[in-house]
Write a protein that binds this ligand. Sequence first.
Ligand SMILES: Cc1cc2nc3c(=O)[nH]c(=O)nc-3n(C[C@H](O)[C@H](O)[C@H](O)COP(=O)(O)OP(=O)(O)OC[C@H]3O[C@@H](n4cnc5c(N)ncnc54)[C@H](O)[C@@H]3O)c2cc1C
Length: 413
Amino acid sequence: MFEFSDEQKMAQTMLRQWCEKELAPSVAKMEKGEILPYDLMRKLGRTFGLDEMARGAFARLEAREARGEAAGLKSKEDEEDDGGPGGFARDPAISAIVGMELSRVCPGFTLAFGATLGLAGGAIMAKGTFAQKKRYALPILTLEKIGAWSMTEPNAGSDAFGGMRTVARRDGDGYVLNGQKTFITNAPFADVFVVYAKIVDDANPDPRTRPIHAFLLEKGHPGLSVSKPMDKMGMHSSPTGEVFLADVRIGREHLLGEKEKDPSKEGARDVFHGERTGMAPMCLGIVDRCLEDSLKYAKERTAWGRPIAEYQLMQDKLARMYMHRENIKNLLFKQLWMAKNGKRQSMAEASACKLYCARSTTEVALEAVQIMGGNGYMREYHVEMLMRDAKLLQIGGGTDEIQIVTIARALLA
Ligand SMILES: Cc1cc2nc3c(=O)[nH]c(=O)nc-3n(C[C@H](O)[C@H](O)[C@H](O)COP(=O)(O)OP(=O)(O)OC[C@H]3O[C@@H](n4cnc5c(N)ncnc54)[C@H](O)[C@@H]3O)c2cc1C
């Protein structure tokens, strides 16, 4: 059985206090786009020493690099430094607590935070050369720079690998990139872009089956441009945009890992896996907050002279919310137990977890609005935002249907 340790519980209390004091007062402005989430992220990083942790991890990495140690000789600490973006990811339970606590208050903020640190930073840390980690990932992990992980295209979302049309043509020792990405979190304001493209290979004329590679670009690179933030249903605190690549000339040092023989499909799959498992804490945060606010409201609001909490139809909703919260918590704790014991969920397990968590979170958030009636529909009540934000969890990181396809494929294999 998995439980948070006393130290982890203490971190949770501190994070909750930080979120109430620093994050909550800024949510209305972030949601309206009047302020961006990035300065607050930096404040969070400084408060909890994220930047120092990342620098420490890099100093160890650099020392190891200077010693020229073989990969097989890594210490456990080294493995942790390699495997995740320094600070939070060193302890998956702390990572989960961060996701939960931020999402109780503002899931959009969590999305922007997770996309830069986990998706962009994580992809570079997992597959980059040391020089690439130092140049592109370190400033992301210290939150000096913001990253965007750019896979989806206008005609390649669920069918991300097969449908991808962004190309990298060989040009001397480098490449020329052309294409377009869409729905990319942080893109309008990002400094570093992890961009996936297919290397044009005359020996393989079928664009569907060409290998996929990741490339690293920085804001201001000639030919790279981004759109304004897109107008969305929810997750307003997380800017989303398009990325345009028009004859972007780059040297080989921009190819993630710098090895053409090491295509990035597996690396991208790892990121998908991480996105799927990483959804549970966000869901738990949203569900927990919906239940808490709904309980309070149902006890205070009266109709026909009685608190609505006394009506069985309301109790049914509250009980179902509690049931989902317990189930999501159990799924998350199983994940954390597995991580602690060096086990990895299969893709089907990760998909089943994401499917259940995302669907039940949307249901819970909708029911929270219902319990609050007209008030629930008003911006002033927090559940209205949580409901719109929850819907994204059934689409981003692989839709519900794609999770079902993945599970069915594993069952029928
Ligand atoms: C707010 C937001 C942030 C995002 N952030 C990022 C990001 O940072 N980086 C990034 O790369 N992407 C990002 N995405 C993109 C996201 O991952 C895609 O939107 C998602 O994968 C779905 O792709 P699509 O939108 O093209 O839908 P489509 O693939 O066009 O799907 C449309 C519908 O068809 C269904 N469908 C498709 N194929 C099948 C099938 N085989 N069987 C059954 N049904 C099917 C889908 O489930 C869906 O219901 C983001 C999206 C949003 C909305």
